[in-house]
Ligand binder design. Structure first.
Ligand SMILES: *[C@@H]1O[C@H](CO)[C@@H](O)[C@H](O)[C@H]1NC(C)=O
Ligand SMILES: *[C@@H]1O[C@H](CO)[C@@H](O)[C@H](O)[C@H]1NC(C)=O
Ligand SMILES: *[C@@H]1O[C@H](CO)[C@@H](O)[C@H](O)[C@H]1NC(C)=O
Ligand SMILES: *[C@@H]1O[C@H](CO)[C@@H](O)[C@H](O)[C@H]1NC(C)=O
Ligand SMILES: *[C@@H]1O[C@H](CO)[C@@H](O)[C@H](O)[C@H]1NC(C)=O
Ligand SMILES: *[C@@H]1O[C@H](CO)[C@@H](O)[C@H](O)[C@H]1NC(C)=O
Length: 313
């Protein structure tokens, strides 16, 4: 949109003195050919006026706009030689050349103009030259990794962006993909084709990442939705807690079993009955409540696998 407006403004301004290149001496008799080079690029149905930055692989017209209010050249014959700076030379009698650069880079464009005002007068020649910078438009933003996201973990997301740097990037995360006008985007400059964003997700669920990237010739906006899991550490805590409980139970059994016995010597030992309750409500950590109840022999089945008997000597 910006480009389009600029384009219209440029088109509406008088031709005089606008971005005239290199040879801009005042007009003296018929020695100079006054004018300027103008670049147009077509994208879809839109036509953009470019300064000296062009997008690669986009239909382009380079036009020489003659400044001749007194119509001194109205009957003259013109010849144009376009040296595009990449080895291509195109000759013609029209003040326009249709050509597009396929490779990004810096080129020096030189235009030789020859005019035969009358059949007998010597030809007038002039040279216009300008540096053009050809940039690749941004056409794709690809998430390279990681593929897996967890709550409260520093995540560095890597993207491949296929336009010519430098690029301006603005990005924001939206929890649950809920549009939020209070969340503004974070602006960063990108000087390469890899973008790294660092983020710590604060809640589980689906998050949206909006990215808008532009360079001097193009703009692209996209959104990624990322599924964020609960932190794996809860599992680790659970495993560790279980291990701790097993150790505790085992010691408990040992203590019980090793108590001095007063009764029947034929009694093999004592077993214990423990019930584990895992409190799942807590989001980050899982509290584990361990209930021991005295085993009444013959009344209940032991709940734990490793209930056991132990001899002491
Ligand atoms: C055009 O011709 C007139 C005289 O006929 C002259 O004064 C003027 O400078 C010329 N313009 C150019 C651009 O040479
Ligand atoms: C371009 O114009 C044609 C007809 O004039 C229309 O069918 C097409 O949708 C337009 N494309 C865009 C991108 O506006
Ligand atoms: C201009 O005249 C020269 C000879 O003086 C001729 O070689 C050349 O082809 C002419 N150019 C045009 C555009 O007529
Ligand atoms: C082209 O020129 C600009 C400055 O005009 C410079 O910043 C850029 O690096 C150059 N690009 C290449 C590919 O040399
Ligand atoms: C995550 O980033 C914060 C600040 O950005 C830092 O304080 C913290 O140590 C980092 N944690 C890890 C595990 O890298
Ligand atoms: C993210 O962190 C990496 C290093 O871990 C750093 O190179 C990069 O610039 C950071 N990205 C942003 C947008 O801060």
């Amino acid at each position: 949109m910006d480009r389009k407006n600029v384009a219209w403004i440029l088109m509406l301004l008088p031709v005089v003195g606008l971005g005239v290149v290199e040879t801009t001496e005042p007009l003296t008799d018929l020695e100079n050919i006054a004018g300027k080079l103008v670049f147009y690029q077509m994208e879809g149905n839109a036509t953009y006026v470019r300064d000296t930055e062009l997008a690669s692989d986009v239909p382009t017209e380079i036009m020489f706009e003659l400044f001749d209010p007194q119509k001194n050249f109205s009957t003259a014959k013109f010849s144009y030689t376009w040296d595009l700076g990449n080895g291509e030379v195109i000759q013609g009698t029209e003040p326009v050349v249709r050509y597009h650069y396929t490779q990004s880079g810096n080129y020096t464009l030189r235009l030789n103009i020859g005019v035969n005002v009358t059949k007998h007068s010597p030809a007038i020649t002039d040279v216009y030259s300008t540096d053009v910078q050809v940039l690749d438009a941004i056409k794709n933003i690809e998430l390279k990794g990681p593929t897996d996201y967890e709550v409260s973990q520093n995540t560095s997301l890597a993207f491949h962006v296929d336009g010519s740097p430098p690029m301006w990037v603005c990005w924001r995360f939206l929890a649950n993909c809920v549009p939020d006008v209070t969340v503004s985007c974070t602006l960063t400059m990108l000087y390469a084709n890899t973008l790294r964003l660092n983020h710590t997700f604060t809640s589980a669920g689906v998050h949206c990442l909006d990215i808008s990237i532009r360079n001097d010739v193009s703009k692209m906006q996209t959104s990624f939705s990322l599924y964020v899991r609960r932190n794996n550490n809860t599992h680790l805590i659970f495993i560790l807690s279980c291990a701790a409980i097993l150790v505790a139970t085992f010691s408990f059994i040992t203590v019980i079993a090793c108590r001095p016995r007063h009764h029947n010597r034929s009694q093999i030992g004592t077993s214990s009955n423990a019930i584990f309750l895992k409190n799942q409500d807590a989001e980050r950590q899982s509290a584990i409540i361990l209930n021991f109840s005295p085993l009444e022999r013959g009344e209940k089945q032991p709940l734990l696998l490793q209930h056991g008997t132990q001899y002491c000597s």
